[in-house]
Write a protein that binds this ligand. Sequence first.
Ligand code: NAP
Length: 245
Amino acid sequence: MRLADKSAIVTGAASGIGLAIATRLGAEGARVIIADLDGGSAQAAAQAVRKAGAPDTAVSVCDVSDEIAVGQCCQLALARFGRLDIVVNNAGLIMFKPIEAFTSADWLKVLSVDLLGAVHFTREAFAHMTHGGSIVNISSVHALETTPHVAPYAAAKAALLSLTRSTAIEGRARGIRANAILPGAIDTPMLWENPNIKSGVESISPEDVGKPEQIAAAAAFLASDDAAFVNGAALNVDGGRLARL
Ligand code: NAP
């Protein structure tokens, strides 16, 4: 078991990619905190992750944009599991508007979840990962190339790559690694509710649609000691979509 005795927090773990990551980490032996907004779906996810083999799970009702809630989430991991080894910053939201229609409040809303959520967890991880650890930030291919009407999301996901590099540099002396995954189109509610997909502004062929479990496999690798020499990396997991002309 690659992650035996490890303690992990996965944000946005009640559904989609986050649930697949929590399930995979648990199946590899990690004890997992399911951190999400909705306690009911988080409880259901925690049961599913335990069923998949996790030795223990617990729920943290946590808005990642709320520093106090993030601190409480990390305290829960320490109280319940006695240590913190892995944080997967997966919670995310996207808004769709023409660039001139986004208000400052819209920008702050997206940045506070998609970027500052990871900032808050990184600060806590530096305080509590006393045995070293691994931070995995779920960015997006939108960090590199994007479509109309998602400016705050694309900016937040690009900034998350920069945060990953800074974390990797400053975490190295503490034995804390930080890496980012850039998922392509992944079969979750977020993909199919995307108005750009519905309207055809962004077209995706079926072979370019991946599964949450394929992101989870990459996250489990980066979280594990198999990736001991991988630090500051940005890993595209998109089936090769960005590599094409
Ligand atoms: P999803 O199915 O919508 O899941 C996102 C989860 O995060 C939901 O459970 C959501 O809760 C939760 N969440 C939202 N805001 C939160 C907050 N402030 N605090 C805590 N939890 C919060 O989306 P997904 O497709 O799995 O996306 C997961 C991550 O992958 C996101 O960061 C996304 O940007 C990234 N990504 C996805 C794709 C894709 O094609 N699906 C591609 C590239 C990157 P509620 O449901 O209650 O809002």
